[in-house]
Design a protein around this ligand. Structure first.
Ligand code: SF4
Length: 418
């Protein structure tokens, strides 16, 4: 499609195994899956009608009885670490809580509207919530795919429900180190907890249910990077040792991504200048890590890292005015419903209260935000993973491509995470 940049560029030789991450982040392909495309087609048809109504000076038609296909569910803002690079530093350990009955009401309503997957993730550490296990079971009873992003401190809680997870579900540990010293410096657990013990307990999750994909997440930090909590230690030199440790402990992959910071307006942004200056060392670290690939174990460079290293990251900051992904993927947190993980907790990105899917207000809130939130401005500093699919959807909504044809049905591939 004209105007798209980034994914079609030839990739550097050093990043030759980006096929896996490209597939994970090939959102256009995901949206065409049989179980997802009806929601997308209804959305596109509705936005076309909205634009026609605006052009004719008529009231906009109501949104379809649809909702996001995938959500980030923040169960809690509580955390037992004090990571100085934490992107959610300002909202951590806030006193707000979900009302669990209302949360279940929201999840039921979202499932009725077409929700396919839930990532239990940030704002805090999901496994600390007393209803973590019950929530996983509830989501599985609704027939949803489930993923967990965790700091690894309570892997036994995940292992206890691992047998309810199914193929395509995943658990990813945010570890960012290849040694205990660097792990302690970057995570500052509030009670004694050693890197090796976390790796060993993660192995138990995989042993309990080999169908679960187990991932090791490594946010790359460099000299001079400063998190909201403190200056960061550099971990580039540990990329290879982390990969070796991940493979030895039965992880399916290690994923490298660059450190992100909060801009003045709250958006998560990549410091392409400082990251770019560290690029040669990061490339060397990646090549060294890649030597541990094999036997089913993969080394993945995230899209953010790939575009940082190939210099195309600025392309990913050019969004269409209307972000279509805010209809298809949202964040449900105790602080409210937000349009995007990159704007989690930010007032101007708030769709409604935490119960707004249960009480019916979120559909109208989403419609209002679609009109109000100018992504070409609000996300101008965000290296957005959804940049290509947003431009693709804009082509469909603008009537420059046939949605049925552009989203020709593909078989479901047990990956509905957005
Ligand atoms: S354009 Fe990207 S960063 Fe901005 S709200 Fe949409 S998905 Fe999020």
């Amino acid at each position: 499609m004209a105007g798209l940049t980034g994914p079609d560029r030839p990739l550097p030789e050093s990043l030759s195994s980006t096929a896996a991450v490209d597939r994970y982040h090939d959102f256009r392909d995901k949206l065409a899956q049989e179980g997802m495309r009806p929601v997308v087609l209804d959305y596109v048809a509705w936005r076309r009608r909205v634009r026609a109504a605006h052009a004719a000076g008529l009231p906009a038609p109501p949104p379809p009885e649809r909702g996001p296909l995938s959500i980030n569910l923040d169960l809690t803002t509580a955390c037992n670490y004090a990571c100085p690079h934490c992107i959610d530093w300002d909202s951590l350990n806030s006193p707000v809580r979900h009302d669990l009955d209302r949360l279940r009401g929201s999840l039921r309503e979202l499932a009725r509207r077409g929700l396919r997957s839930v990532i239990l993730i940030g704002g805090g550490e999901p496994t600390l919530h007393p209803a973590f296990a019950d929530t996983v079971l509830f989501l599985k009873d609704l027939g949803l795919q489930v993923a967990v992003v965790t700091n690894g401190s309570r892997n036994e809680v995940i292992a206890a429900v691992a047998d309810r997870l199914t193929a395509g579900d995943w658990v990813r540990l945010s570890l960012d180190a290849g040694s205990d010293a660097t792990f302690q410096a970057l995570h500052r657990p509030r009670r004694p907890l050693r890197f090796e013990a976390i790796l060993a307990s993660a192995t138990a999750v995989k042993r309990r249910n080999p169908a679960v994909t187990l991932g090791f997440s490594f946010v790359i930090t460099w000299r001079g990077a400063v998190g909201p909590g403190a200056p960061l230690v550099e971990n580039i030199g540990e990329m290879a040792t982390a990969a070796a440790a991940a493979r030895a402990h039965g992880f399916d992959y290690i994923s490298f991504k660059p450190f992100l910071e909060r801009a003045g307006d709250g958006a998560e942004v990549l410091d392409g200048g400082a990251g770019g200056r560290a690029a040669a060392r990061i490339r060397a670290g990646l090549a060294a890590a890649r030597r541990h690939e094999g036997g089913g174990f993969r080394v993945i460079a995230s899209t953010n890292l790939r575009v940082l290293l190939d210099g195309s990251w600025r392309d990913y900051t050019r969004q269409p005015r209307e972000c279509h992904m805010q209809f298809l993927r949202q964040v449900l947190s105790p602080l409210g419903v937000f349009n995007c993980p990159a704007h989690r907790g930010v007032t101007k990105a708030r769709i409604g209260g935490p119960e707004s899917w249960a009480d019916g207000a979120a559909a109208a809130g989403t419609a209002a935000l679609l009109d109000r939130f100018d992504a070409s401005h609000e996300c101008r500093e965000v290296t957005c993973l959804y940049h290509p699919v947003n431009h693709f959807l804009e082509e469909l909504v603008a009537g420059r491509a046939d949605p049925e044809e552009a989203l020709a049905a593909r078989p479901d591939r047990a990956d509905s995470f957005l």
